[in-house]
Design a protein around this ligand. Sequence first.
Ligand SMILES: N[C@@H](CCC(=O)N[C@@H](CS)C(=O)NCC(=O)O)C(=O)O
Length: 223
Amino acid sequence: MKLYAFDGSPTSRTVLLFCAEEGIDFEKVDIDLLAGAHLTESYRKVNPCAFVPALEAGDYRLSESSAILKYLADKFDSKAYPSDLKLRGKVNECMDWLNTSLYRVMGYNFIYPQIYAHHRREPEEVNEGTVEWGRQRTRQYLELLDSHWLGEKRFLCGDEISLADYFGAPIISQFDLIRANLGPYRNVARWMGEMRKLKSWEQVHRMHGQYAASLANRRFVTL
Ligand SMILES: N[C@@H](CCC(=O)N[C@@H](CS)C(=O)NCC(=O)O)C(=O)O
């Protein structure tokens, strides 16, 4: 089984973290997004959408990090994706919210337009407006993550770690890039502290940490 991934990509890290924690073996194929490796003809055969991550097992190919996580969890019978219908429904619900609500806004309308040239809106005032719009909504979503999705629970879906945590934490770690202070979101900060203690967190997030450090002299709009 091959996993096409890039360590700088949060959607790749969701799968890398889950596999590392659960001891799932795979052959990692590094797709260097900075060098445009995802845009090559050969990679487009693996994933015509030209995104990482992607999984390949024989002639079976799967893209979308959330779908890959669920496939692997079922294949390897992971407790992180409960078989109980109602519990599983809650894990799916949380993953969908993280993916389609929180990440869309915080990533593509707040953090990335400040960092990546291909996510900047033109002209500059439109970019600034986008970032301000994204900042306000990101704060609303962080409040929801803090009080509704997490609350006093140890993990997103209860006392046990689930796919929702493996999916959510690498996404939230993107706030490191703009040095955002998550302290006021007490439950989020506590939960991220717990996730950062996972035995594989450091190894999976090494390149991310280096990249965040390389941005230390840049000024960003933060939370
Ligand atoms: N919905 C997809 C999104 C994947 C995605 O956005 N991947 C980014 C890296 S985090 C990517 O490949 N970007 C390439 C580009 O922007 O050209 C998933 O969850 O797998």
